[in-house]
Design a protein around this ligand. Structure first.
Ligand code: IPE
Ligand code: IPE
Ligand code: MG
Length: 255
């Protein structure tokens, strides 16, 4: 896999105009199972093809000048799936890190993992740590991997950490501001997602980035994740480029 350092702005074919890319795009990579089932294949084949899509998406995000991409790779609720599927997904993560880490590092990608590390198999936890440690000083695309991630438990963890600081006298209750709270989340220091893309036609967050999505734009795509390609990604970026973000205010034109 190669992540191109070429960071050309996306020129929309339809309008011939240059579209300013979102700084942070988050993906809910959904529909692997249905993609496989529709082809008479085991669900695991969908996950295997989904990994190929992920490689394409990382490469394309680099080309489009996006700063941060977050991928929802395994939710804290996904443990409820059959044991065989869960262990296949763990193996896939392992292979992704083992096979792609050096190439991502060479491409100057910085990897960050969000989600709970407690109770993870020690081998997996060590690989995640290795990916973060190796790429810590890279300055290219930021790849945030949400693994064993659930937004509610992330918020509870942040609340506990802040409460602990108040208890120890490090902070006063009035120091708990939105900024302090954001900083205590797993995503502390990262910008909020500008655009959240979910594939496979489902229109829900499924416990993803609940706090961070306060003013994100949403884009739902009917394609299953293994079919999500560069053209579909560009379509989402063009759509984002046409959105008006008001943050509760008014358009400059309306003033
Ligand atoms: C997304 O695809 C991948 C993970 C949740 C790990 P799914 O496995 O949810 O596929 P569908 O939604 O069942 O088709
Ligand atoms: C969300 O997809 C989690 C990931 C993409 C990793 P799910 O397939 O688990 O979500 P639901 O069950 O349809 O809400
Ligand atoms: Mg799903």
């Amino acid at each position: 896999m190669s992540v191109s350092p070429d960071r050309s702005p996306h020129v929309s074919a339809a309008e011939g105009s240059s579209v300013k890319p979102p700084r942070h795009v988050a993906f809910i990579m959904d529909g692997n199972g249905r993609w496989a089932t529709a082809r008479g294949l085991p669900r695991t084949e969908g996950h295997r093809h989904g990994l190929e899509t992920l490689r394409r998406v990382i490469r394309h995000a680099g080309k489009r000048g996006i700063d941060v991409i977050t991928i929802y790779s395994f939710s804290s609720e996904n443990w409820s799936r059959p044991e065989t599927e869960v262990s296949f997904l763990m193996g896939l993560l392992r292979r992704f890190v083992q096979r792609d880490l050096s190439e991502l590092h060479e491409a100057n990608v910085r990897i960050r993992i969000i989600g709970s590390r407690d109770d993870l198999e020690p081998g997996i936890a060590a690989l995640l740590q290795e990916a973060e440690d190796l790429t810590r000083n890279n300055t290219g695309l930021n790849l945030v991997v949400a693994f064993n991630y659930g937004a509610r438990v992330e918020i509870v963890r942040a609340a506990k950490a802040l409460a602990q600081k108040v208890l120890s006298g490090e902070m006063r209750p009035e120091d708990i501001t939105e900024t302090a709270f954001s900083g205590a989340l797993d995503t502390g220091g990262l910008p909020d997602p500008d655009l959240i893309i979910r594939t496979s036609g489902e229109m829900r967050l499924s416990n993803f980035l609940l706090w961070q999505a306060a003013y994100s734009e949403f884009y739902f795509c009917d394609k299953h994740w293994p079919d999500f390609d560069e053209a579909a990604f560009d379509e989402a970026l063009t759509c984002f480029g046409n959105r008006q973000r008001r943050y509760g205010g008014l358009d400059a034109k309306a003033l």
